[in-house]
Design a protein. Structure first.
Ligand code: ATP
Ligand code: MG
Length: 562
């Protein structure tokens, strides 16, 4: 093994795939690195795909190679143009570029067909008249060998004639298949004469009605890799058992290059389902608002929720690639999102559960515009002005009439700081007949403008607020996990584990600068979390999504004190 220590920067990720690549480059087995991301266009991309995208495109970038985007479009029944377009947009949004290398497995249909005839000519493939059920019954089990089909020894000329008639449309769907002739007693079931072609009179999104028989995934994938001179064909662990078949095709066909397949563990996330079939079901049964519902683990959903692509790339880097299946805590994803947004999101003031606060000694129609820092983590973000006046809104939860010991916010007689504004002291509480607080009264100290006292006196609480007269009303969508348990479906039906409280909608009051909030761009609502304007916003209607909350120290203290 060569020593690659010098080529490694301290931060370069290390994992078994990168080790293999370094060794292949050092030994000269490959001249450079060519990878691919091969989605099947039968759904939208999710965060598991993002892991694979970051890995494949990341490897190409790190090793000065290239990464192809190849649509694995061999199943016309489930595939749609809509998905082909959305997938490209999502990969670009994640920050990756395939250059000229946008490919489609369907571009290789003619070549694949020719290779199928090549196998027939060498006695390595045959047309089988057994039905799908019969083939399954002949396949055997892990402990028992399979049985050979009565059609297995057809002469090559007869196979060729039948196969050509299959292509010409002479037979109905399912009437015949083309199978590889390998070994019905193989320990690996994938080698027991796998199906290469099935008849399917279906219109393909790209090839239209040109074909009525379609190659299987196994017969398509490796050969497409070979045609594109892919060096490292990286896929998830469930394909490990397919690797001998992948290699069998490469050995038995006159392919232009010899790619190799490597498998890594797929991403599983707590409180999340990542199976396309289940995600489709959530959309079709209207349990979410669509593919881009911010509770969905799709790239679309995450994007609409305000998750920046940098956070997803960071997440992919932190989870790394391994050979062992494991479940990642969704809290790590939240952490990566906060980590990025803490330095990149501008701060704004928004009151999610407003209660009026009247400053009794402030002039009736007084108004001032106070300086507010946009981002304490980033001086370049500058500042903005926020309006202050006699009637404000603060959070209902920031007041307690009879506060416990460690509650440092507003209470009768207590002084707190209103961020960027003044110290105020609570002088009274107004309640309705039901005993609910409807208004708080206070006085302010004009000497504390900007939020500090010249006499050096301290307050323990700092509250956010908005001016009642200037604030805008906004619909705020507070999202929680889509499922109530970390492992949906582990006991019983996964749909029974849907969280009935995964979305709460509140009417908030927000500072006027948020009128210009750009959809998808996250801001921090001070003391609440990160939010972004939803595309449902329009002139005169503001809608925000909660991207992720801030850690709530009060909740932690409460939990500790029981
Ligand atoms: P299907 O069951 O429809 O094949 P799929 O999720 O495997 O679903 P593909 O479009 O075939 O969808 O996936 C494209 C690529 O993304 C594949 O290389 C696949 O291995 C990878 N991938 C899919 N799901 C995950 C996941 N959870 N973690 C990591 N990679 C994934
Ligand atoms: Mg797949």
């Amino acid at each position: 093994m060569a020593d690659h220590a010098q080529s490694r920067t301290p931060d370069a990720p290390r994992d078994f795939i990168r080790d293999i690549i370094r060794a292949d480059l050092a030994s000269g087995r490959v001249p450079g690195v060519v990878t691919r991301f091969p989605p099947e266009p039968n759904g939208y991309l999710h965060i598991g795909h993002a892991k694979s995208i970051c890995l494949n495109f990341g490897l190409a970038a790190e090793f000065g190679g290239r990464c192809h985007l190849r649509f694995d479009d061999t199943n016309p029944v489930k595939e749609e143009m809509e998905y082909i377009e959305s997938i490209q947009e999502d990969v670009r949004w994640l920050g990756f570029d395939w250059g000229d290398h946008l490919h489609f497995a369907s571009d290789y249909f003619e070549q694949l067909y020719a290779w199928a005839e090549h196998l027939i000519g060498r006695g390595l493939a045959y047309v089988d008249d057994l039905s799908a059920e019969e083939i399954r019954a002949h396949r055997g089990t892990l402990t028992e060998p399979g049985r050979e089909s009565p059609y297995r020894d057809r002469p090559a000329a007869e196979n060729l004639d039948l196969f050509r008639r299959m292509r010409a449309g002479a037979f109905a769907d399912g009437a015949r298949v083309l199978r590889a002739r390998i070994d019905m007693a193989a320990g690996n079931i994938n080698l027991r004469d796998p199906v290469l072609y099935r008849i399917l009179h279906a219109r393909h999104p790209r090839t239209g009605d040109a074909w009525c028989l379609y190659p299987t995934y196994d017969f398509t994938h490796g050969q497409s890799d070979a045609l594109e001179h892919i060096t490292h064909s990286i896929c998830t662990l469930e394909f490990e058992d397919h690797r001998p078949l992948y290699d069998w095709f490469i050995e038995n066909l006159p392919v232009p290059s010899r790619p190799r397949q490597y498998e890594f563990a797929r991403l599983n996330l707590t409180y999340t389902v990542l199976s396309k079939r289940r995600l489709i079901q959530l959309v079709k049964e209207r349990r979410v608002s669509g593919w881009d519902d911010p509770r969905m683990p799709t790239v679309r959903g995450l994007r609409r929720r305000g998750v920046p692509p940098e956070a997803l790339r960071d997440f992919a880097a932190r989870i790394g690639v391994t050979k062992a299946n494991a479940t990642v805590d969704v809290a790590l994803l939240d952490h990566c999102i906060r980590d990025h947004l803490n330095t990149h999101a501008e701060r704004r003031m928004a009151v999610l559960d407003p209660v009026r606060l009247v400053i009794e000694n402030y002039p009736e129609d007084g108004e001032e515009w106070l300086d507010a820092v946009n981002n304490p983590e980033d001086p370049a973000a500058g500042s903005r002005r926020v309006p202050f006046c006699r009637v404000l809104y603060i959070e209902r939860a920031d007041f307690m009439e009879d506060p416990p010991k460690r509650f440092f916010r507003l209470a009768p007689g207590r002084e707190v700081r209103l961020r960027y504004a003044y110290f105020v002291t609570c002088t009274g509480v107004v309640k309705n007949e039901a005993g609910e607080v409807v208004e708080l009264r206070a006085t302010y100290d004009p000497a504390t403008r900007g939020g500090d006292a010249p006499d050096g006196r301290k307050v323990k609480g700092t509250l956010h607020w908005v001016s009642a007269r200037h604030a805008l009303e906004a619909e705020v969508r507070l999202y929680d996990h889509l499922f109530v348990r970390p492992d949906p479906g582990a006991e019983g039906d996964w749909l029974d584990d849907l969280n009935p409280e995964s979305l709460a909608v509140v009417t908030a009051r927000v500072e006027p600068s948020l009128a210009e909030a750009e959809a998808g761009r996250a801001v921090q609502f001070e003391r609440q979390g990160y939010f972004c304007a939803d595309p449902d916003s329009s002139s005169g209607r503001l809608v925000f999504n909660r991207t992720v909350g801030l850690r709530d120290s009060w909740a932690r203290i409460q939990a500790r004190e029981g």
